[in-house]
Design a protein around this ligand. Sequence first.
Ligand code: ADP
Ligand code: MG
Length: 624
Amino acid sequence: MAMKEFQAESKRLLDLMIHSIYTNKEIFLRELISNASDAIDKSYYRSLVDNNITFNKEDFYIRITPDKENRTLTIIDTGIGMTREELENNLGTIAKSGSLAFKNENELKEGVDIIGQFGVGFYSSFMVSDVVTVKSRAIDSKEAYKWESKGAEGYEIESIEKEIVGTEIILKIKENTEDENYDDYLDEYRLKSLVKKYSDFIKYPIKMMVKKSKLKEGSEKEYEDYFEDEILNSMVPIWRKNKNELKTEDYDQFYIDKHFGFGKPLKAIHASVEGMASYNTILFIPDKAPYDFYTKEFEKGLELYSNGVLIMEKCADLLPDYFSFVQGLVDSADISLNISRELLQQDKQLKFIAKRIKDKIKNELELMLKNEREKYEEFYKSFGRQLKYGVYSEFGMNKDALQDLIMFYSSTEKKLVSLDEYVSRMKEEQKFIYYATGENVEKIEKLPQTEILKDKGFEILYFTDDIDEFAIKMLMKYKEKEFKSVSSGDLGFEADEKESKKETEENKELFDSMKDALNGKVKEVRASKRLKSHPVCLTNEGELSIEMEKVLNTMPNGGNVKADKVLEINTNHEVFNIIKQAFEGDKDKLKMLSNLLYNQALLIEGLSIEDPVQYANDVCRLLK
Ligand code: ADP
Ligand code: MG
């Protein structure tokens, strides 16, 4: 019998496949099983239009049979089968879905990730086999044929006898090499887990004779092996089931089975969508951030299925970064099984699905905030930072979508509150949304700058995350209300401003000499109206706040930025009298006091002082 040659393109692809160093060889099984499932689908469709064909559910299955002795793995299906022409045409040509035209010659030679990028279907079986034999009998035919190939040279076809309609694919599994343990693909346990991983939700039963053991009859200790037919896949995926049939525990179990997280998910979102793109999805809001969530190692993404067949474990394009914590999957018949990664990125359907999923998550989170407050706060403790980061990143592009989801600790409520809640509580005369920054709530609570606002009964939001102030600068306003730091020059109290200006003017000479004594460390020294019990504090002018200075200076490329600082003095504090006396009599002491007070203010802000030894000496001098 004559050997036939493959078409040039197929030959090249096969060659690549055979010599591939691609690590994910195991996907061959997924490819063959989904071809088998497609073939059964086709029989089913035929039965719908052809009265001579009946579709008995029990007659349709896929069977996997490993044979260790002969090193063969056989995959049988009772699907539509192939005629001689179909064997030649379908298996002799490169799959229509992938096209080599996308890659230039050089890229092909490197070829490492070619399978990941193309999905090459049937040919992937050559990654694990020396010989591939296909026996097939087509649905309307009494004749059957055997197609066989040892690789790129070509294939042979001959007539055979085959009792039932369908296809049988026999892989002669390669010998083990140093890098690859091909025995795996003959191992019952491994095959079972591969089916679970990739093909669990194939609609038809995938059967395998599985070795089991039982007590020998009449014996209490002796066991004997026996074989039993087992269905390896669960067939109906949970996401295709009706929501009404499912309980919270079902979702929880699925979440655990899938290793999406450790505990129970905070929320499961299940949706079936028909229309522009049809898909089923289950999305989970995890209970806690994974240990690597806030590191570069964390990989976001949802599982992507094409009609029940897993095509990608982490499809990043389905989730925006700010929702990267969401786990789950999308199954769509509108996405082709063999779509390449590059094409997938541009895929209109996928983009559409991604947009819908984003909106869905946002809505669900808003509902959770509204109706399940405690749960939302729990969620927010784990993932709030990611949302605030989302407000800030991409030049604030997503701020509108996210502003209602972010929360901050409130000085009056003593818990996390949303911006909406804050604004709805604002006093009539209150112009701004006030915030204070610091390492933690306890430290902010003691900040001198907050005194006047507390005195007036205004609510203050406490910013304890590095990202907070940056995010808020990006927002600029919420519901037309500007954000204002308690440390900023102008707090919006006109009477106080006036008073402070007047007093600063009256003591101009004194404040100027203090400023000189501080030698460029501050832009100005002035009388404060925001202080009640504290003698001094630092405020800032301009866009860059003292807190931002702190954050930026801890970054590797933050440079050495400085906020414009102003030292404010409480003129009602007794310390002010001491300063006055020094100004009149002892210029040297004034210099020392200025530095002391400045350093004190730095310490309260959580900044380090330039010369701690000098500071300590000054304190000692005062004690004497
Ligand atoms: P794809 O599945 O993307 O079309 P494949 O390389 O996996 O590409 O398969 C090529 C073609 O071979 C299929 O389209 C189908 O026509 C045929 N084929 C493969 N396996 C089977 C099978 N088990 N039964 C019937 N036809 C099959
Ligand atoms: Mg295929």
